[in-house]
Write a protein that binds this ligand. Structure first.
Ligand code: BGC
Length: 460
């Protein structure tokens, strides 16, 4: 099949059209040359024979995060920051993908495409919009989402905190506040009491190492050679003034060391709170990891690893699993160096480097010895043929690692749909499904077909 051929759209406005999704899936199957489930099974058997099969019970999924897709997350820190007169955001999140209302059809679409897993997150700001007030109605909303996953036989990977926090929490100093770990653990306990029985895998935090990672990041054109972390700290000063909130801090805006220490304590207390409610629930977290490679001269690679990942790899040893999230590589000199001359860059300026998946899972597994799940991987591009190529190479690399005995048990693509990419607004396109934000119409891209077909067959 020609990968440029457009599969049909899914109308989100008039309710889900399962026929459309199934037609889209048929296109998906055709990408791999399979048209029917029966063939898929046969293919799986032959794939096993020729060594293309992934391990049994492998999780194949897509991820989203509440604030990026739900829309109208009005009690959160991000919503407020997006609407400041001197906002750092390209545009506000607004209705986003209205996943808050359209989750049922989105989850059905994911299952119909061939996946068996959905990773999504809670919005703490909805559940506890004012300190100490927990909304049962909002908890019920997430319960319905988890039930929809069950109905479609999807394993749920539930992230309790994906960057955004309640505004009241940020105004009290966010993760830097010495009381933050207890406030977070209280939320974790409440949420687990209400939802825990339906959760497949819980994650305390999404990418808690970002404050450190940003400090190593190469940002071409940064004023006076400032690091991203320094720029964030400057932005924090402006936000505090504009909001007249002298303690304001959140995931990105704050002192990186204090934030890290707060997040480490919040992770430990959050995990204990979850386990106190449901001891058998698998709990881990999702670590942002670049495929770090040494520069030919003056490489500080080991220093970077110790600084960024060190404490978190240690924390992972006390978890049931580690989720790793990777997008590209970094050539590490004194800091990360710019991508090599002539390298293909993705829409958000990263090097097109799908082999990062293989390298990162090998490293993470060796360091932690816990089961590894790839919980985010993908690229920002308008050209879906490049996305297909990226996933093809990423999965070939993942398979090499698994064949060498690396204990990887799942692969979750970022992202199910084009969504709100934080400061960059809706411009970068990470989705395997396109979203027309005026109509909320979903259109399945060829990459969804490509990945869904692999998921269905559990084989390359
Ligand atoms: C985050 C996502 C983000 C993605 C692409 C990850 O760091 O968890 O929220 O959209 O990368 O930039």
């Amino acid at each position: 099949m020609n990968l440029n051929e457009q599969p049909p759209a899914v109308s989100a406005i008039n309710g889900i059209s399962r026929r459309d999704v199934l037609r889209g899936t048929a296109a998906a199957l055709a990408v791999g040359g399979m048209a029917k489930a029966g063939f898929a099974q046969a293919a799986s058997a032959s794939a096993a024979e020729n060594g293309k099969a992934f391990p049994g019970r492998f999780l194949w999924g897509c991820a989203t995060a509440g604030h990026q897709v739900e829309g109208n997350n009005t009690s959160s820190d991000f919503w407020t920051l997006e609407h400041l007169p001197q906002s750092m955001f390209k545009e506000p999140s607004g209705d986003a993908c209205d996943h808050y209302h359209l989750y049922a059809q989105d989850i059905a679409m994911l299952a119909d495409l061939g996946f068996n897993t959905y990773r999504f997150s809670l919005e703490w700001a909805r559940i506890e919009p004012e300190e100490g007030f927990f909304s049962n109605a909002e908890l019920e909303h997430y319960r319905r989402m988890l039930a929809a996953c069950q109905e479609h036989r999807l394993t749920s990977l539930l992230t309790y905190s994906h960057f955004s926090v309640p505004l009241w929490f940020a105004k009290k100093g966010g993760w830097q506040n010495p009381g933050a770990p207890d406030l977070y653990a209280h939320f974790c306990e409440k949420a687990t009491k209400h939802l825990g029985d339906l959760v497949g895998y819980a994650s305390t935090l999404n990418e808690p190492d970002i404050p450190q990672l940003l400090d190593w990041f190469n940002l071409p054109g940064a004023p006076q050679g400032m690091s991203v972390a320094q720029m964030m700290q400057m932005a924090q000063g402006n936000v505090r003034k504009q909001l007249n909130a002298p303690e304001f801090a959140d995931f990105f805006l704050g002192d990186p060391v204090k934030t890290r220490d707060g997040l480490l304590a919040a992770h430990a207390k959050g995990r204990d709170a979850m386990k106190s409610v449901r001891p058998g629930m698998p709990v881990g977290f999702n670590l942002a990891m670049s495929d770090d490679q040494p520069a030919p001269e003056d490489s500080h690679l080991e220093e970077k690893r110790a600084d960024v990942y060190g404490p978190w790899l240690e924390a992972a040893k006390h978890c049931d699993y580690l989720g790793v999230q990777t997008y590209s590589r970094s050539i590490v000199g004194k800091r990360d160096l710019p991508a090599p001359q002539g390298a293909e860059l993705t829409q958000n300026g990263m090097e097109f480097y799908p082999e990062c998946v293989e390298h990162v899972v090998r490293f993470a597994a060796k360091e932690t010895r816990v089961p590894i799940y790839v919980t985010e991987n993908g690229i920002a591009t308008e050209d879906d043929t490049r996305r297909v190529e990226y996933y093809r190479r990423a999965l070939a690399g993942l398979k090499r690692a698994i064949d060498d005995g690396v204990d990887v048990r799942g692969y979750v693509a970022w992202s199910l749909m084009d969504n709100f990419e934080w400061q960059s607004g809706f411009t970068p396109k990470f989705g395997i499904v396109a979203v027309d934000r005026a109509t909320q119409r979903r259109t399945i891209k060829p990459s969804a077909a490509f990945l869904g077909n692999i998921a269905r067959r559990n084989a390359l």
